[in-house]
Design a protein around this ligand. Structure first.
Ligand code: HEM
Length: 491
């Protein structure tokens, strides 16, 4: 408790207020007066405290920190913030769950968002990834339907496992991500104990114009730690905000979490002949094919001072790429380039990029102007280009990094590469990566989920889906559901 006198309360216009407790009335027992502007302002402002929550990834927490280059990869990219060992760039990160609303528990089974904003000298670079290297689908046309299947049922308004399994089993490309999700990695112990992935393939371009395909892997320096299904469910009741609390408290006590960034780098010419389509978001690149190379580390060392201003209003957008970094032909990535700024304009407002958490540290010299709530402006700068009055001029040297394309305009799946198959990579995960305990937990986690509201006729399709990943997995799920493997197959 401080002995200093606190400041006098004011209205939002800075006018001193006479009372924090009493409305202006005609006598102590009389009616209230319309001239009580302070009361009216409090009520009106309160009614407008919320902005719409994010349509996905609504529940989350964030922190500030820095990214430091520890290894020289300038032979692959000219991005200025990566051009020197030891260089540090401020970052803001937001972790989240996907399907739940803002008040939903932190430990439900779900991918975790891992969104990073790098405030670089060449403008903001946003890497908006997850704690999984792959995703459920590979065409943005299916994203909205996928999310609808994960959110609330239109009639019961509850989450509905039947919708989820219906969508997943009719979308076999989901098998890799769903396998990952139903291991214990689907319920991380804390945000500090999980990896982050850019997930998509991106392009890097070096100073000589040479191009590469790259993938980002942020490996947790705290080690991977997960909850079992039972522990995660227990935490829902014990502390639904445990992940947010854990990150905040760790940073408060000076225990600053960090991640090592490793890159997989593919020569530009390899893409067409790689055994998997390297732009298919449901696939990983085998580490044996493209071994991860360390680039740097990210440290989180400062909590937000205000949750709403810094976390709720944070706006990440995969379209924010700086010179030296570009998109790949990944259809999902290209869909996302449009989607995020569109949702920010709706959710936060036209000038969301002027909010302190979103504004770049690089100077802004654009010809965009005005709009709701704009306060930064370009003074007497000309408002059109070209002009003869010294306004900013674009730099043709910065032409976006391109890749050759050809073909008819079609609606089509990707052409398959030699080893492309929806089940081959999840099968490798089951066979080569998971321990015996991991496998047992995977089967039990699946069975627990299926027993919670999935219709019997759909269960047979689910068993078949898992048999495609691996017969032992399918049979394990069938047994767990009380079906003999043979019976499940013949239904
Ligand atoms: C076509 C596919 C996708 C579409 C259309 C899409 C769309 C969206 C939208 C509209 C939001 C809400 C943004 C906001 O209100 O701030 C969002 C959030 C998010 N998405 Fe996606 N998404 C897609 C795929 C993905 C993928 C593949 C990943 C990860 C690899 C991902 C990671 C995230 C994350 C981390 C957030 C939360 C960002 C934050 O913390 O503010 N999304 N997405």
């Amino acid at each position: 408790m401080s002995d200093e006198r606190p400041p006098v309360t004011t209205t939002d216009a800075g006018i001193p207020a006479a009372s924090d407790e009493y409305s202006l009335s005609v006598g102590p027992n009389g009616p209230l007066l319309l001239q009580d502007h302070y009361l009216i302002q409090k009520m009106a402002q309160f009614n407008r405290e919320r902005v719409p929550e994010r349509v996905v990834h609504a529940k989350g927490g964030g922190a500030h920190g820095f990214f430091e280059v520890t290894n020289d990869l300038t032979q692959y990219t000219k991005a200025a913030f990566l051009n020197k060992v030891g260089k540090r760039t401020p970052v803001f990160i937001r972790f989240s769950t996907v399907a739940g609303e803002t008040g939903s528990p932190d430990t439900v089974r779900d991918p975790r968002g891992f969104a990073i904003k790098f405030y670089t000298e060449e403008g903001n670079y946003d890497l908006v990834g997850n704690n999984t290297p792959i995703f459920f689908i590979r065409d943005p046309q299916k994203f909205q339907d996928f999310i609808h299947s994960q959110k609330r049922h239109p009639v019961t308004n509850t989450r509905d496992n039947n919708m989820q399994w219906d969508f997943w089993t009719l979308s076999p490309e989901s098998a890799h991500q769903v396998t990952f999700l139903f291991t214990d990695r689907g319920t991380p112990r804390t945000w500090r104990n999980m990896n982050g992935y850019g997930s998509h393939t991106f392009m890097w371009v070096n100073a000589g114009g040479e191009k590469f395909w790259v993938k980002y892997h942020f490996k947790t320096d705290q080690g991977i730690a997960n909850f079992t299904d039972a522990e995660a469910s227990g935490m829902v009741a014990e502390d639904p905000d445990c992940h947010m609390r854990d990150l905040f408290n760790a940073i408060e006590r000076g225990d600053h979490p960090s991640w090592t960034l490793q890159m997989q780098i593919m020569p530009f010419g390899d893409a067409g002949r790689y055994r998997f389509n390297p732009f298919d978001l449901t696939k990983v690149w085998a580490h044996g094919d493209y071994p991860p190379i360390t680039l740097g580390r990210m440290v989180l060392n400062r909590n937000p001072e205000n949750y709403f201003a810094e976390v709720e209003q944070a706006a990440f957008e995969p379209a924010n790429m700086v010179p030296g970094i570009g998109p790949s032909p990944d259809k999902m990535l290209i869909g996302r380039l449009f989607s995020y700024p569109d949702t920010h304009r709706y959710r936060i407002g036209t000038n969301y990029l002027q909010l302190p958490i979103n504004q770049p540290s690089a100077e802004v010299h654009s010809y965009n102007k005005d709009g709701s709530m704009r306060y930064r402006h370009n003074g007497a700068q000309p408002v059109y280009a070209p002009n003869s009055f010294g306004g900013p001029q674009a730099d043709p040297q910065l032409a976006e990094p391109g890749f050759p394309v050809s073909g008819e305009i079609v609606r089509s799946a990707y052409e398959l590469h030699p080893e492309d198959d929806d089940f081959v990579q999840p099968r490798a995960l089951w066979t080569n990566v998971l321990s015996e305990t991991d496998r047992q937990h995977l089967v039990a986690n699946l069975v627990g989920h299926l027993k919670a509201g999935v219709q019997p006729d759909l269960v047979a399709r689910v068993v078949e889906y898992w048999r495609n990943v691996h017969p032992d997995l399918g049979d394990g799920v069938a047994r767990g559901m009380g079906l003999s493997a043979a019976a499940a197959r013949s239904r």
